[in-house]
Design a protein around this ligand. Structure first.
Ligand code: ADP
Length: 453
């Protein structure tokens, strides 16, 4: 059967069965993304007012965190000049106030939990319970309608309500995203490619501040769930990771006791100590999702430098090197499922077998292509609108290598006691949006797999 037929049949089966999936618990990060499209004149006036000389100083070297307006503007110039993304914590209240008054063009749901809650609950209709560190009115408005819940109250009064019904008016956790197109010019700077600088006015998510209900009543909250996805631990550092890690472990113990499969969405974690600690607890998870950069970074802390280098050496990423890396990770940690995604193809290495694993990947790839094509997926029927996006040609060579080395057939092979599922993805040539596409892929594949069981 050709890939297009496999895609079509996987989608039909997931759509027919997705309402069988019970509540999915999502923790920990939710925030508000405030997007500002930079304008040359506006920025030049602001730089002039803040003091050009000081601003230019920070355009040379990024500060560790932002404590003043010149640091903010300098950091934006740093990003523009290099065409590189950067994200810094904004410490000072007066700079936060400055950013607020500067304003935004668009507000979007931010944080992996927020994005997945809107996709699973708001688009697929799969009920979710979300951890939202601070639920302000602005934050609440960014949740779609649908079976999206947050726990409210305590003891016998603990109930699940839609975020809009929570009405506690807590703080705003805003990530100010300053976007510029390729070729954007200001002073002597010109952007070699489009990108963004992010200033986070957020005291909660970077430190993984966990809500009291989730500290004290996690048993009761988890009793409602059938699956769980954890994410948002990537900003932790050697200095602040111990407290959150202890809570995460306690949560994992409770979830394990209840037999709830948990997926870890592994975003890039710069701090090596923290990354090592995650590898140390990976065996408590059913599943983990990562891309090539993240897999290479994990290989690095496992002492597998040669394989880490191989993972970043070619485009498309060498599938044999990826398989070897996944096998090492699975054997070392005991995690049951590893979902790898890269531009062009996905893998799932599982210690269980069945075509449904591959079919869930196909559903996820269709969802990712729909997201790239449409910008926003409004309902599950939008997903099928990506059927006309062609399957990536570059992945042909990848498929051939897998057939040769592992005798793969229809995207499934047996490798060292594991099942390896492979799919070539559909790539949208001119994407409308790729924000949160990794979260779309991982949550669709994980939940899709349980819909097909
Ligand atoms: P992010 O953190 O931005 O979500 P990830 O690396 O986690 O980034 O996810 C990006 C993934 O999105 C890639 O691995 C690729 O599979 C997919 N992707 C990127 N661009 C496109 C596109 N134009 N069409 C389809 N899929 C895409």
């Amino acid at each position: 059967m050709g890939w297009d037929n496999l895609y079509a049949s996987a989608f039909e089966r997931v759509r027919a069965n997705i309402d069988m999936v019970g509540k999915v618990l999502l923790a920990y990060n939710t925030n508000i993304d405030a997007i500002k499209y930079l304008q040359r004149e506006d920025l030049e006036v602001r730089i002039e007012k803040a003091g050009q000389e000081e601003v230019l100083h920070y355009a040379e070297e990024l500060p560790r965190r932002i404590e003043s307006v010149p640091q903010l503007l300098g950091s934006i110039l740093w990003s523009i000049g290099r065409g590189k993304a950067a994200e810094l914590f904004v410490e000072s209240c007066s700079t936060r106030f400055y950013m607020k008054r500067w304003g935004w063009d668009e507000l979007r749901m931010g944080g992996q939990v927020g994005i997945m809650a809107n996709l699973l609950g708001g688009v697929y209709g799969v009920p979710v319970i979300a951890h939202v560190p601070q639920l302000s009115r602005l934050q609440a408005e960014l949740f779609k309608e649908g079976p999206i819940y947050v726990p409210k109250g305590e003891g016998e009064n603990l109930e699940l309500v839609h975020p809009k019904e929570f009405k506690a008016d807590e703080e705003n956790c805003i990530h100010y995203i300053y976007e510029f197109p390729r070729g954007f010019r200001v002073l002597d700077f010109e952007a070699p490619r489009e990108n963004r600088f992010i200033g986070s006015a957020d005291d909660y998510n970077p430190n993984v501040v966990i809500r009291p209900e989730f500290e004290e009543q996690f048993e009761e909250i988890a009793a409602n769930a059938e699956l769980a996805i954890l994410s948002g631990l990537q900003a932790l550092t050697e200095e602040n990771y111990r407290g959150p890690l202890k809570t995460v472990k306690a949560h994992l113990d409770i979830l394990e006791e209840k037999g709830i499969p948990v997926h870890l969405e592994f975003a890039f974690t710069p701090d090596e100590t923290v990354r090592k600690a995650f590898v140390g607890i990976l065996g408590k998870f059913w599943s983990v999702g990562l891309n090539e950069v993240e897999l290479a970074s994990v290989m690095n802390v496992m002492g597998e430098k040669a394989i880490a280098e191989k993972l970043l050496a070619s485009d498309p990423v060498d599938p044999i090197a990826v398989t070897e890396a996944m096998l090492k990770l699975a054997k070392k940690t005991g995690v049951r499922r590893i979902h790898f995604h890269t531009y062009g193809y996905y893998f799932a290495l599982t210690d269980y077998r069945g075509e449904f694993v591959r079919d869930a990947l196909l559903f996820a790839a269709l969802a990712a292509a729909a997201k790239a094509k449409l910008g926003d997926i409004r309902n599950i029927d939008d997903v099928v609108k990506a059927m006309d996006v062609p399957v990536n040609e570059k992945a042909e060579g990848v498929g051939e290598a897998l057939t040769k080395v592992y005798d793969m057939e229809n995207g499934i092979a047996e490798v060292n006691g594991y099942q390896l599922a492979f799919i070539p993805t559909k790539i949208v040539a001119k994407p409308r949006s790729t924000v949160g596409i990794g979260d779309t892929i991982s949550s669709s594949a994980f939940v899709g797999e349980f819909a097909l069981r």
